[in-house]
Design a protein around this ligand. Sequence first.
Ligand SMILES: Cc1cc2nc3c(=O)[nH]c(=O)nc-3n(C[C@H](O)[C@H](O)[C@H](O)COP(=O)(O)OP(=O)(O)OC[C@H]3O[C@@H](n4cnc5c(N)ncnc54)[C@H](O)[C@@H]3O)c2cc1C
Length: 430
Amino acid sequence: MTQPSRIAVIGGGWAGLACAVELADQGLPATVFEAAKHLGGRARRLDWQGMAIDNGQHILIGAYRETLRLLTRLGQDDLLERRPFVFDQPPAFRLALPRLPAPLHVALGLLAARGLSWRDKWAAARFIEALKHQGYRLPGDCSLSELLDRHGQTEALRRHLWEPICLAALNTPMAQASAQIFCNVLRDSLGAGRADSDLLLPRADLGRLMPDAAAAFIRARGGRIELGQRIDAVTHDALGLRLSGRDAVFDHVVCASHPAQLPGMLAHLPELAPVARLVAGFGYQPILTLWLSFELDLELAVPMLGLDRGPGQWLFDRGDIGPGLASVVISAEGPHLSMGKQALLDAVLGQLRRAVPALPDLRDALLIAEKRATFAAVPNMQRPDNATALPGLYLAGDYTRSDYPATLEGAVRSGIACARLIREQIETTR
Ligand SMILES: Cc1cc2nc3c(=O)[nH]c(=O)nc-3n(C[C@H](O)[C@H](O)[C@H](O)COP(=O)(O)OP(=O)(O)OC[C@H]3O[C@@H](n4cnc5c(N)ncnc54)[C@H](O)[C@@H]3O)c2cc1C
């Protein structure tokens, strides 16, 4: 009789949990070691004044196939509200994609966009057409600003369309952002089927959306979740792979930590030195989320609004998780990082007064700064594979090789890829 495989997953973020769910589903229970007291990593629930809020607002899009498959498998997909792509930045700009087959939805959406001149619309249409013509593959990577210059993109297009998309998707300023990664995002959203560009807004806190259900799924199939268990290093000997501070030996270990923690974890594995060096060279970008508790619900006509002329970039109405609750997102680095909390709050409230008529009185505010929210998605990035030079050791996380920026979809895909590699390995050695 063959012994069951001993599988460890280090990190209970979306990558590690997706991996453990996929393994559990294949009858391969794993133990998840999570350093924090809670699951979810960079997409997690927090408690604020008795309300379940998130560390940061997350948006999914229709193209997130593996994330949607995972949520469906966990029975959680009804916690997402699907809406056609609407980018509303009152009063200056509005782009709404009608429910028409692709690519008509983009063409007619652009034609009817408010806040763009005919010259802007023509330039945007030509740019999208040129990218499509070349299969969204650039001959060489460069910054997004350079690509936009080359394609004659106007100031209005940059300000109202390309910069907000770049910040929301790549969390990297346009002057530093990889034009190729940006094109990959366009390919799978505006450049794909109509439903792929739909926005999917969580209608529950992030913990309820996935990690709680994943933990229950994993445990019900014989897996284990160990919270508050930091693993400082992975080593190996003749018996297999070992985790620092643990006696157990594992056949398969998936490192699913934040990339900044990876080099330390691999420090005793000479085979992994090139990967550790590669990841140690990554840069990171922050995301600030300002949670605002108002006396009354905002009752916006749309659940998310673009903000202009100030530090806040997006306003989300979160009346769904608490009365009068809203969040404002500020992606990537910028002058806002050197503003004091009160000055930032005052500037954001000024923006909200311009965008929301009859803004209710503010009760309270909470600023959450995720300093290393995502890796900086810069040109020509090299990213490590899920399989490593050490048999049995795998890497999962949004930073592993993929043509996506740091996203939930990138994290989930990487976790599932590791689970499949483990299964293949087990099947070939049976
Ligand atoms: C504020 C914010 C907003 C975002 N908005 C969006 C969005 O709108 N759409 C989108 O798609 N993506 C968004 N992202 C990105 C998305 O959250 C991440 O890409 C994704 O959560 C990364 O998941 P991960 O599992 O790869 O890594 P992580 O979430 O970082 O998970 C790693 C886990 O490993 C644990 N860990 C680390 N070291 C150890 C150790 N030594 N031992 C044990 N455990 C360890 C950590 O505690 C953590 O739980 C956002 C991120 C932030 C921060």
